[in-house]
Design a protein around this ligand. Structure first.
Ligand code: HEM
Length: 485
């Protein structure tokens, strides 16, 4: 037997060895051939006159190198200045159309949303979980969306105000007379709030494991998708698998104990309708739990980091916000030192406008991606099937026609509601953010305690923006915090 197998392996070796030597030449020729074909197609193919104006850049590479070497914001704005509101380009291996008029964005995201499906790189889908609602359209998406929205309605959130406040009161004193990294701290806070929203506040042994595995997953999320042992991507994929196992255990335990209350998980566990049509599988529940944690925490943390920067840079505004929050604090003290309520948070107009102006100025989600599911005639242009469409939120938020002096941080502009479809920090249409009220609530609760108790100075003098992947102040805005006099 041993002889037989060694013979097989030897003979195989003899056959394979010339093949192995020829393989690199074969692969090289194939690459050259494919590139040449693409080049010929790119140069010779008649260009469809109905395509939007713009440059497709180099064959194959498109304008990707320019996107990476220029600042992403100037990449988009330069092209819009040159070609108009609807511009074609070729980035990250895909032909794309960038759109920056409110009407066109509404068409893609709302009125003709069925012609444009959401699209993400396969590696991101694998990491978050392919059953998460972001990746779907149609019935599955709309049923799930209803469930997720139901977990974040104001009527549900009002019960979470004191839990959120407790998280703030737990960590904020540790900032006193310390140097902290704002982004890191805000991430911890937003993660804590996301965990409560998803699982409820009951102690469960699985939660610590979920927290650690999620952190491991997060480290690999923005890495190159190279699944070799030891790469951050491969570690993240392992963590994702373990996360699934832990969540499956938690789901089984909750089902066994008939413990179907608590957070989004509770809502998803109870999701079966009378005919059992919408019964979600464990994998669907897990993917959506991870998806919501993912959507909820980096976004909110990045916006909060900007709020601290803008308040620091506008001390008069900080004084006015503090005055508004002092008024609320006095009322809480006079009413048996009670904690914040939902109604208190509805009574913070200036702080709310500061958050709105931060969402506009920072526009942390500069754009989103959709893909045309068929050829689409669009404002006189053709968007071919399979092309990506990028509604550019940031460009709309920074258009002087809708927001005069767009680079000025001026919350008073929100004293008048913005024109319809010009302010979309939480997106628009079927895929708009179901967590917008939660995000605003956790920012208001945090700002109440921060502004009435502390002041902060920036450590170092480096200004600028960093993309992690959302734009945030350089190095995560390191600050020294001291008690307010
Ligand atoms: C300030 C913080 C946040 C910002 C700026 C933000 C922004 C957005 C935007 C722009 C979209 C739409 C993306 C698209 O159309 O492709 C979105 C979707 C989503 N957001 Fe948020 N978000 C924030 C916080 C949250 C929170 C706290 C949650 C937790 C519930 C959340 C959960 C989601 C989910 C699940 C979706 C996908 C909805 C769907 O596909 O139907 N987000 N978010």
């Amino acid at each position: 037997m041993q002889y037989y197998s060694s013979l097989v392996s030897q003979s195989c070796f003899h056959v394979i060895s010339p093949l192995v030597m020829a393989l690199p030449i074969f692969v090289f020729s194939l690459v050259v051939l494919v590139t040449l074909c693409k080049l010929v197609r790119h140069v010779l193919c008649p260009k469809d006159k109905r395509l939007p104006p713009g440059s497709m850049g180099w064959p194959y590479l498109g304008e990707t190198l320019k996107l990476y070497t220029e600042n992403p914001n100037s990449f988009f704005s330069n092209r819009l200045k040159r070609y108009g509101d609807i511009v074609k380009t070729h980035i990250l291996g895909c032909p794309c159309v960038m759109i920056s008029s409110p009407e066109a964005a509404k068409l893609v995201l709302v009125s003709k949303a069925n012609l444009f499906k959401p699209t993400y790189p396969p590696s991101k889908e694998k990491m978050i979980g392919p059953e998460a609602l972001f990746f779907h359209q149609g019935d599955y998406h709309s049923n799930l969306k209803k469930l997720v929205q139901a977990s974040f309605l104001p009527s549900v959130l009002r019960g979470a105000v004191s839990q959120i406040e407790n998280i703030v009161l737990d960590f904020l004193p540790s900032w006193e007379n310390n140097n902290i990294n704002t982004l890191h701290e805000m991430k911890k806070y937003a993660f804590g709030v996301a965990m409560i929203s998803v699982f409820g506040d009951k102690a469960e042994s699985e939660k610590e494991g979920i927290k650690q595995l999620y952190q491991c997953l997060e480290k690999g999320y923005n890495s190159m998708p190279l699944n070799f042992p030891g790469t951050p991507f491969s570690k993240a994929m392992k963590a994702r698998k373990l996360l699934n196992e832990t969540l499956t255990r938690l789901i089984a335990k909750r089902r066994k104990e008939n413990n179907l209350e608590g957070g989004l998980l509770g809502v998803l566990l109870k999701s079966n309708d009378r005919n059992n049509r919408y019964k979600l599988s464990d994998a669907q529940i897990s993917d959506n739990v991870i998806g919501v944690i993912f959507a909820a925490h980096d976004t909110t943390a990045s916006v909060l980091t900007w709020v601290l920067k803008y308040l620091h840079d506008n001390q008069d505004l900080l004084d006015s916000v503090t005055k508004e929050q002092e008024g609320i604090r006095k009322r809480l003290k006079s009413e048996a030192n009670r904690g914040l309520t939902w109604e208190d948070t509805r009574n913070m107009p200036l702080t709310t406008r500061v958050i709105q102006e931060t969402l506009r100025t920072a526009s942390i989600l500069s754009f989103t991606f959709r893909e045309a599911v068929q050829d689409v005639e669009f404002e006189g242009y053709l968007i071919p099937k399979g092309w990506k469409v990028l509604p550019l939120f940031r460009s709309i938020h920074h258009c002087a026609e809708f927001f005069p002096q767009p680079d000025k941080f001026d919350p008073s502009r929100f004293e008048v509601p913005p024109r319809p479809n010009t302010f979309m920090p939480f997106g628009n249409g079927v895929h708009s953010c179901p967590g917008s009220e939660l995000a605003k609530l956790e920012m208001l609760v945090f700002l109440h305690h921060l502004t009435t108790t502390y002041r902060w100075e920036v450590d170092g003098d480096e200004d600028g923006i960093q993309y992690v992947p959302f734009p945030v102040p350089k190095h995560g805005f390191p600050i020294s915090v001291y008690p307010r006099k």
